[in-house]
Design a protein around this ligand. Structure first.
Ligand code: PMP
Length: 337
């Protein structure tokens, strides 16, 4: 049968985002006697879960008329949202101006440049500081005509997109036997959207926030404060404030995972499962395994494999860089459980 023009439109780059596989993590699952499944967001065309966010935000803004032909998209991002916006921006004809903290991985900067984004590295400062990447993006968009600020932290098209796609996809693939959903938050869009969609279908599904050190969400879920301790090398996750996308997320609990545990899991996943993943994905799986190990045998936990490890080669997968951070690429099984 010959495809019609309409059918071709439905198969464009935007349509290639999502419907990612849910991968059975055989060795992790065997080690704890529970099933751990990872939603393989690294297979999205831009290589991360943030392809979804960029797609949802662009489509929503186009629908509302906030983003028009000839506009530039402005965003502050740890990198993956910028990569996704630059990719989709090229496909639709929007130039992108992307503010990125200058401590993010060189691979992400290289990808942003390859896509042709106007990349503006900014110093790593707290949210209270006006030089923070978020404020710089907001200010530039406010003062420059024909720009659109994507605002992934507070634009709830982000959460809504996960609610209408990622969550239902997980439900379709595993709903009947799903016990828990565990994921870290950067903007909170993934966690809040997926949790809301799953709870709506089966309220007993336990939704647990995975938090790196240096982030406030663990304490926020536990006792309502925004206190935090320590720091983390993981990129793209951890927040010290409650974003619009995270606000009201139906979190039942939170678990904290330190960098040594995350690194151990990253190398376990690489060597035992054949999965080269980014730090947030490794942290998510470590958290899912911890949550799973405390659930009844036979339970099933789903988590998010946010991005691949290719953009972390010079860091997480570089023993020298790890050593400078006091970490080592050990893989002694799952000693942290
Ligand atoms: N992992 C990585 C690698 C990311 O870039 C992000 C987004 N900042 C996340 C996880 C968190 O996703 P979300 O913004 O939906 O909370």
């Amino acid at each position: 049968m010959v495809a019609t023009a309409d059918a071709r439109e439905n198969r464009d780059l935007f349509a290639a985002i999502g419907n990612t596989p849910l991968i059975y993590l055989r060795k992790v699952s065997k080690a704890i006697g529970r099933t751990i499944l990872g939603k393989a967001e690294f297979v999205n065309p831009g290589g991360s879960v943030k392809d979804r966010t960029a797609k949802f935000i662009i489509e929503d803004a186009e629908k509302k008329g906030a983003l028009q032909p000839g506009n530039a998209i402005v965003e502050g991002t740890a990198g993956n949202t910028g990569i996704a916006l630059a990719m989709l921006g090229n496909a639709r004809g929007y130039h992108c101006i992307i503010f990125v903290p200058d401590d993010q991985s060189p691979e992400k900067f290289a990808l942003l440049k390859a896509y042709g984004a106007d990349v503006r590295p900014v110093p790593v400062v707290s949210f209270a500081d006006e030089r923070n990447y978020y404020h710089q993006a907001r200010r530039l968009a406010a003062s420059t005509p024909k720009t659109f600020w994507a605002d992934q932290f507070n634009n709830i098209a982000n959460r809504r997109g996960h609610y209408t796609t990622t969550g239902p996809e997980i439900w379709e693939a595993a709903g009947g036997y799903l016990t828990a959903f565990v994921a870290a938050a950067g903007t909170g869009g993934t966690f809040a959207g997926v949790s809301a969609a799953l709870k709506e279908r089966k309220p007993s599904i336990r939704c647990v926030v995975a938090d790196p050190m240096g982030s406030s969400l663990y304490r926020y879920i536990k006792d309502g404060t925004l206190d935090f301790e320590g720091d983390s090398i993981v990129e793209g996750i951890g927040i010290k404030r409650v974003t619009e996308n995270f606000a009201g997320a139906p979190a039942d609990d939170a678990v904290r995972v330190d960098d040594a545990t995350m690194v151990e899991m990253a190398f376990f996943l690489l060597r035992e499962e054949g999965l080269l993943l980014g730090g947030s994905a490794a942290l998510n799986v470590a958290a899912a395994a911890r949550v799973g190990a405390r659930l009844p045998p036979g339970s099933t936990v789903v988590t998010i494999l946010c991005d691949g490890g290719g953009r972390s080669l010079s860091r997480l997968y570089n023993p020298q860089w790890l050593a400078e951070k006091g970490l080592s690429p050990r893989c002694d099984g799952l000693s942290f459980l």
